[in-house]
Design a protein around this ligand. Structure first.
Ligand SMILES: *Cc1c(COP(=O)(O)O)cnc(C)c1O
Length: 386
């Protein structure tokens, strides 16, 4: 999600009036660290990349982290490290950002979708187990909207796991392990709306030193760490994260606890403010010891309400919102390539059809939350009366 809505939809309210979907927290700390890199003259392949990786790994309690240019690049290299290749199957969720499934296609493997849980919106171990065949090379669970998927149960299926934790920085499993801290390759993304941003960027956390070495080589054109730049012993990519971006990441990491606490505060304000709207369903509460890492605040509109109309009416009242997320298997490219159709994953489809992301960011004031709730309540009561 970008911070901008459609130009036309914003016309009714002036720019200062608009409550944006997302907004990064950037201050003098970010400016100082970035400026230091600019003045050092070393903008890439310098010391900040490793410093960011080490700080990130320490935060999640894993031995290694590899910084890359995006969450999508992180998915691609993690799947390669898991051995995914031509003709393999990777079991994953249709209720995710499209990059999750696209990364499987990069390696000419097939994403095998399974339906999601109606409460958490995550894939379950049982659904994954039912989709496993002799061609299954890896399982790719997604911690959607920052709610922890049940990785402990998925581990019992005994297959390689890559976790899409791009939305789940700050989430914690019931056993106390941070999401992304179990040692399987787990990926994070640092686009501007994420819990931590480097503008664009990504990270892989993992515990296997061989996988770490392969990933570090493949992000840098296939060069081995001790090898002269003239020789490259395998196929690689340019998926490097710059020192400028890494410096930004280091500053963001230092303020991460504060930003996460602010997101949690905004979420609880939303619960209070939206509680009275009939038929509106809010994100599930933490249960069984799992803790969400707040990323977006996505509501399910009351049944029968026209979502597009609701989003347009909110925009006219100066509140940005967005259908989020669409089901991957129903996107035109996936329909055409794999023959997917409506009705295949009914839980995912029902959720995807009613989901709306509301403005959600750490600096959001109580007044802004109340305004969003008031406008949404107003729009829905008009629609109901019509
Ligand atoms: C943000 C995100 C990614 C990674 O996206 P990039 O834009 O490539 O950094 C991957 N999966 C999910 C579920 C995401 O939300």
């Amino acid at each position: 999600m970008s911070g901008r809505g459609e130009a036309g939809a914003e016309a009714a309210a002036t720019a200062e009036d608009v409550v944006p979907l997302a907004q990064p927290v950037l201050g003098p700390e970010e400016e100082a660290l970035v400026l230091e890199v600019l003045r050092s003259g070393q903008l890439s392949l310098g010391p900040r990349v490793r410093a960011f990786e080490e700080a990130f790994a320490a935060r999640l309690g894993v031995p290694y982290a590899s910084a890359v240019s995006s969450g999508t690049a992180a998915l691609h290299l993690s799947l390669r490290a898991a051995g995914v290749t031509d003709g393999d199957e990777v079991v994953t969720s249709p209720f995710s950002f499209v990059a999750t499934a696209n990364a499987v296609l990069f390696e000419r493997a097939r994403p095998v979708f399974v339906d999601v849980d109606p409460v958490t919106f995550n894939v379950t171990a049982d659904a994954m187990a039912a989709a496993v065949t002799e061609r299954t090379r890896a399982l790719l669970p997604v911690h959607i909207f920052g709610y922890p998927a049940d990785i402990a149960a998925i581990e019992r299926l005994g297959l390689p796991i890559v976790e899409d934790a791009a939305q789940a920085l700050g989430a914690v499993h019931a056993d106390g392990v941070p999401v992304g801290g179990r040692g399987h390759p787990a990926i994070f993304g640092f686009y501007a709306n994420k819990q931590l941003t480097t503008g664009e960027g990504g990270m892989i956390t993992l515990s296997d030193p061989d996988a770490k070495q392969r990933i570090d080589s493949e992000r840098n054109q296939g060069r081995a760490p001790d090898m002269d730049w003239l020789d490259h012993d395998r196929l690689g990519f340019n998926y490097r994260l710059s020192d400028v971006a890494s410096a930004l990441g280091l500053a963001q990491l230092r303020r991460l606890d504060g930003m996460l606490a602010d997101r949690a505060r905004v979420a609880s304000r939303y619960r209070e403010a939206l509680g009275g709207i009939e038929g509106l369903e809010l994100p599930c509460e933490d249960a069984g010891g799992d803790r969400r890492g707040w990323f977006v605040f996505v509501v399910q509109l009351p049944r029968g309400v026209d979502r597009d109309e609701t989003i347009r009416a909110l925009a006219q009242r100066g509140v940005q919102s967005k259908p989020y997320l669409p089901a991957i298997h129903l996107m035109s490219f996936y329909r055409e390539r794999f023959g997917h159709r409506e009705g295949e994953f009914p839980v995912c489809e029902a959720i995807a059809a009613r989901s709306v992301a509301l403005p959600f960011f750490p600096a959001m004031s109580d007044g802004q939350v109340e305004r969003v709730a008031r406008e949404l309540g107003g729009v829905l009561s008009v629609r109901r009366a019509a």
